[in-house]
Design a binder for this molecule. Sequence first.
Ligand SMILES: [Zn+2]
Length: 234
Amino acid sequence: MLPEIEKLLVLQDRDQRIRTLKTELKNAPIERKDLETRLAATAAGAEKAKAALRELEVEKKRLEVEAQGKRDQINRFKTQQMQTRKNEEFQALANEIAHFEKEIGKIEDRELEVMEQIEAAKPVLAEAERKVVEARSLVASQIADLETKIATLTETLKTMEAERASLTEGIDEDLLDQYNRLFVSKGGNAVVALEHEVCTGCHMKLTTQTLVRVRGGQQITHCEQCGRILYWTV
Ligand SMILES: [Zn+2]
């Protein structure tokens, strides 16, 4: 194999690792955002449960006040009954009282329903709040792990990029330039093997002339289909 091809393969291996590190670093903020979004959704669930309970408690209070208002009214009717001498008026007041008592009965039934709903809503809220506590601690530790990972990746990337310069030593400048452009345009595969008369970069069958040149191992040869640099291992 041409010494330059060997050097390019070492360089390409390094460049692929750098590329992977960069992708991981690029995805890290997205991972972080995902974690935060999940936590926010859990917190929103707890807020909703809390609001539902609060609403029921407000309704219970409102019913209590309404029932009390009607009881007060009944007391006023009773006072009026004691003061009246007219039988007709007395009877009218008695009808009012009966009507109000019936109303109070309805309100009290509704109060019982609301109280049952409150009892049912309490454990729902407790569970939702427990989930928030759990998620908060889990997400905090996941974010801490992610930050450690980012720090490690950044450090490794720095070292790899520094070392890369020494790996390009001894490679012809034009060839290096070709390689760099191919690496970017061909998705990180600039130098590829020849296998069973096929370029492993584009999977196209190569011409006899190209095959002979690659196997000869005397010069840099490109795939006539995709332009990648070819090498052959026995
Ligand atoms: Zn090809």
